[in-house]
Structure formats: structure tokens, C-alpha cells
Design a protein around this ligand. Structure first.
Ligand SMILES: C[S@@+](CC[C@H](N)C(=O)[O-])C[C@H]1O[C@@H](n2cnc3c(N)ncnc32)[C@H](O)[C@@H]1O
Length: 209
């Protein structure tokens, strides 16, 4: 039932990046106009602990505008167009965050820097889940948190949710056994379904070891 990762990870990353580049403005307006997406990703906010927070794959920066001023916040995103839009959105909302373009698989920070890493609706677009998880683990301090919101199958396998999850998978999203990934990376985690007929999952994972 779970997706397999693409063999050509570089090509997969570039295709997704081209897509985000082409539709960056539309993506910005979609997040601004439709409350449902904002409601889903905002479920991460109560789980963020500081002082040092990193948001990975911030997109147009909506979530950053909601919490970044409360912490020492950094952010990275792979896509150049989205990073430029996010910078403008932060400025317009008088929000301070040190954001830059970078790859989740090569985070430009020292080990054990952050208390929390946040990632919303993006992990299923990472072609190498183990590598991305290992990088997030590396930059977290001991007992630090990885707060993740992403698509997965609903636990009760309801018809609408299953159709929705399969639709996401058909668009290229990689739906994974997240429990296995968290355990391999030495995270303890709790999981909750927060929307989308059980397809939008919140994971709060704590770094152990
Ligand atoms: C569906 S969007 C989610 C954006 C935002 N987090 C939100 O919830 O609206 C996926 C994001 O992942 C980013 N992304 C894709 N590949 C990435 C990579 N290798 N490293 C960092 N970010 C990446 C994209 O540029 C895009 O901003």
C-alpha cells in the first residue's frame, strides 16, 4: 500500500521543483484564500518549543507568519520562487525569520542547533525519506522535537480518505510507513489525524539517544 521511493531521486526533485516554480504565485494565493489548508498546517503551532526553531520547506511562508516572531526562527525551502514570495510575505507581516534556499537533505546548520524542526505538507515530496529524517535528527538538540504534518492513509480506512490519499499518491506524493522511519531515525513519536477525512496526520516526534 505504501509508495516506493523513485530510483532517480535527482530527477524527481527537479520535476517537483519545476512544478513549484511554475505555480508559485498560484500556490501563494491558494494558501491565502482557502482556510482549510491553513487550518491543517496551523495544527503544528501549539507543539513548537523554542527558543530555536527551524521550518523546513516553508513554501510561501504562511505558517512562519503565524509563529516566527515568538522564537529565534530560521527556515529553508528548495524552491527559489517560493523563497522570494515567502520573504515578501514575512516583510508584509513584519515577521522576522532567517530564511534561505536549501535542500532538506543538506541542511546548512550545525548539529544540535534547534529545539524544534517544523515541516508541513512537504515530507511526502522528499524522494529520500531516510536521508531527510537523518538531517532533521542531526540539527535537533537532544530531546528536540520534529513537528510534522503530512498526508497518509486514515487509520479507519474510510472510503473518502482512502480515495483522497490515493489521489495524493497519484500526483507523485510518496506515502510512507512513518512509524518505521521515525524508529529507524531514533525518534519517539505520537500521531494524530487532524483533517482531510483522516488523511492529514500530525506527528510530534522527540529525538532520543
Ligand atoms: C506542498 S508545499 C508545502 C509548503 C508549506 N510547508 C505549506 O504547508 O504550505 C511543499 C514544499 O516543499 C518544498 N520542497 C520540495 N523539495 C524540497 C527539498 N528537497 N528541500 C526543501 N524543501 C523542499 C517545496 O519547494 C515546497 O515549498
Amino acid at each position: 500500500m505504501y509508495s516506493t521511493e523513485p530510483e532517480d531521486k535527482k530527477q524527481f526533485r527537479q520535476e517537483f521543483d519545476r512544478f513549484y516554480g511554475r505555480f508559485a504565485k498560484l500556490y501563494d494565493w491558494t494558501v491565502k484564500i482557502f482556510p482549510v489548508w491553513r487550518n491543517w498546517i496551523s495544527q503544528a503551532i501549539p507543539h513548537i518549543v523554542g527558543p530555536k526553531v527551524l521550518e523546513v520547506s516553508f513554501g510561501t511562508g504562511y505558517l512562519l507568519t503565524q509563529y516566527a516572531n515568538n522564537f529565534e526562527t530560521c527556515g529553508i525551502d528548495y524552491n527559489w520562487e517560493l523563497t522570494c514570495i515567502a520573504k515578501r510575505n514575512l516583510e508584509a507581516n513584519h515577521v522576522q525569520a532567517a530564511i534561505q534556499q536549501a535542500d532538506i537533505e543538506h541542511l546548512p546548520y550545525r548539529a544540535e542547533t534547534f529545539n524544534t524542526v517544523v515541516n508541513t505538507m512537504a515530507f511526502s515530496g522528499c524522494p529520500n525519506g531516510r536521508r531527510a529524517m537523518a538531517e532533521i535528527y542531526r540539527v535537533l538538540q537532544g530531546n528536540g522535537r520534529f513537528v510534522l504534518i503530512d498526508i497518509n492513509y486514515p487509520e479507519n480506512r474510510n472510503w473518502v480518505g482512502m480515495k483522497l490519499a490515493r489521489f495524493w499518491a497519484s500526483t507523485g506524493d510518496i506515502i510512507r510507513d512513518m512509524g518505521q522511519l521515525f524508529s529507524q531515525a531514533k525518534f519517539h513519536y505520537v500521531e494524530k489525524e487532524v483533517g482531510g477525512f483522516g488523511t492529514v496526520h500530525l506527528y510530534v516526534a522527540t529525538k532520543i539517544g
